[in-house]
Design a protein around this ligand. Sequence first.
Ligand SMILES: NC(=O)c1ccc[n+]([C@@H]2O[C@H](COP(=O)([O-])OP(=O)(O)OC[C@H]3O[C@@H](n4cnc5c(N)ncnc54)[C@H](OP(=O)(O)O)[C@@H]3O)[C@@H](O)[C@H]2O)c1
Length: 232
Amino acid sequence: MIVLLTGASGGIGQILTDFLLNKGYTVAAQVHKGSLPKRERLHVFSANLDNAGEREQLVKDIQRSVGNPEVFIHNAGVNINAMSWKYSLEDWNRVMEVNVNAAFHISSLLIPAMREKKFGRIVYVSSVVAFQGVVGTAPYAASKAALLGLMRAQSAELAGKNITVNAVAPGYLNAGMIHQVPEELQLQIQQKIPMGYFGNPEEMAAFIGFLLLDDARYITGQTLHFNGGLFG
Ligand SMILES: NC(=O)c1ccc[n+]([C@@H]2O[C@H](COP(=O)([O-])OP(=O)(O)OC[C@H]3O[C@@H](n4cnc5c(N)ncnc54)[C@H](OP(=O)(O)O)[C@@H]3O)[C@@H](O)[C@H]2O)c1
């Protein structure tokens, strides 16, 4: 089975890539500035998801050289921290393009083949920030909430074709973006998490992995929280 994974070279993306390869999937991994070590069944494609033309080319290249992905995991994400009134429209648009427009655009390009095959699994990586007011994250929060609306509508459209569409909403994980946060603030965040520590990204990878299994075929249109009790 072929998985198109975006943001594959990021903190969570690398762990997801390892998990999927270890489970026997073929991974068509999108990277932007990052890279990944060569592995069997791993096909790496470079694309800036900010750009519609590059998104289209990415899907074409994957379909031509790997095949039609049955699974799409949109994990790429970007956050630019600033107060909403200080945000430039350009930065707002960049966050929206990568976090949500790319999810809509790439899924739209993959869905026809999934419909034909009568099988598909789509997972969007949202965030607890879509549910909680977090200072300085307006476009990020809006984009992660928009993913949930996209997911709900697509799940209803595609349920009859055995295609599930779900979102996972991680809290704070011990990987990737959290390492950009100053250590002092990291400690403050940890104190607010009922479990008292950042989530393990390997466990989140396994959680996403479950959604890809036949056993999960009745789960669609859901936002699955992974946050140590922070919300939900
Ligand atoms: N870490 C957390 O605690 C946490 C919590 C909630 C949600 N999330 C979500 O989980 C996902 C992964 O986050 P992470 O923590 O692993 O962050 P990360 O290490 O910063 O990874 C972000 C990924 O997005 C890719 N990306 C950014 N801008 C891009 C662009 N213009 N075009 C293409 N790709 C682009 C990056 O690609 P390159 O590295 O190749 O440039 C990278 O692979 C994100 O959607 C994030 O919102 C994370």
